[in-house]
Write a protein that binds this ligand. Structure first.
Ligand SMILES: Nc1ncnc2c1ncn2[C@@H]1O[C@H](COP(=O)(O)OP(=O)(O)O)[C@@H](O)[C@H]1O
Ligand SMILES: [Mg+2]
Length: 302
């Protein structure tokens, strides 16, 4: 859990299980301030047991940077000190490949209850766990389709066990609009949509927003919180123009863009995140900026 000092706002990641039950106060390591540790409720002078933030990286279009973003956002959040679970809901299993791992189990074993939840996740980096996707997810899709009703809640029901276990849960989704995507959107609370500035993607965004609205009828809390422009190429006029247009239309949600950077495209083949493969690259810089935005912490990594 993350405890935030009410005075200097410094955050400290502490294993909740290591806090003895009779402890009521904490002293900030950074500024020395002594404050009440109200572990059950919350309040001004206290605490904060944060609930898990669940973010789905989604857009019906393929090749816009969803997997890249899900992987590097998760890895960046973990580097920033948060406990993170990355869930791959794509049948291509690209998230595992990008992180250089071959997990034996994953989402399928969780949903079919073949294994215990803790046996389905795989630790891939410090503070970062992966619940792998892959080909066998096609079976889950069939399983959802066969249910007479409630299929859309399959993910929510199975993944509920991880609530409160992590600070962030980030989901990578497949392109298209199918039972798996709908399942994800019935589970996540926040949506992050990457928009490629390379192609005329605006139409795709508008369509996707319509589909989101149809789900929001049943789930008011679902929010398209971030729109991330990707593949920004400063040399291409159209790229800059699209960015301006997007900012005009969706100013609030627009994040600082991720530039076209060949290092980003190279990193997965080495099983490395952008921070590991090319920490000084524009790609690493841009994804750190995204982590600052999502955590609302402008001082991170400075
Ligand atoms: N900012 C970027 N600059 C250069 N290449 C990128 C960038 N973002 C993603 N890529 C590459 O583009 C391809 C598609 O990205 P990917 O994240 O797999 O998209 P999606 O998951 O939406 O299909 C991948 O080969 C990836 O490495
Ligand atoms: Mg993908």
């Amino acid at each position: 859990m993350i405890i935030t000092c009410p005075r200097c706002k410094k955050q400290c990641n502490i294993d909740e299980k290591r806090i003895p039950p009779n402890v009521r106060k904490a002293r900030c390591k950074s500024c020395g301030y002594l404050f009440a540790l109200n572990l059950s409720a919350g309040g001004e002078e206290s605490l904060s047991r944060k609930s898990t933030r669940i973010i789905g990286v989604a857009l019906s279009k393929g090749g816009v940077g969803k997997t890249t973003t899900a992987v590097n956002l998760s890895a960046g959040l973990a580097l920033a000190g948060h406990k993170v679970l990355l869930i791959d809901t794509d049948t291509q299993g690209q998230a595992s490949y990008s992180l250089g791992v071959k997990p034996k189990a994953g989402l399928v074993e969780l949903i079919t209850e073949e294994l215990k939840p803790e046996e389905t996740v795989c630790k891939v980096r410090e503070r970062l766990w992966l619940l792998a996707g892959g080909k066998s997810l096609a079976g889950v899709k069939r399983l959802i389709d066969r249910k007479d009703f409630g299929g859309e809640l399959t993910f929510k029901e199975s993944l509920g066990v991880f609530d409160g276990e992590y600070d962030f849960i980030v989901l990578d989704t497949s392109p298209g609009w199918d039972a798996l995507t709908v399942g994800v959107l019935f589970y996540v609370k926040e949506v992050l949509t990457p928009i490629s500035l390379e192609v005329m993607a605006l139409q795709g965004l508008v369509e996707f927003m319509k589909s989101l609205a149809s789900i929001r009828k049943y789930r008011e809390e679902l929010e398209l919180k971030y729109i991330l422009p990707t593949f920004l190429d400063g040399r291409v006029k159209q790229s800059q123009k699209m960015l301006e247009e997007l900012s005009k239309l969706y100013g609030q949600q627009i994040c600082s863009p991720v530039r076209y950077n060949v290092r980003i495209a190279e990193a997965p083949a080495y099983g490395k995140t952008i921070y590991e493969y090319a920490p000084g690259s524009p790609g690493a810089h841009d994804y750190r900026e995204l982590v600052r935005r999502v955590t609302n912490n402008p001082n991170l990594f400075r």
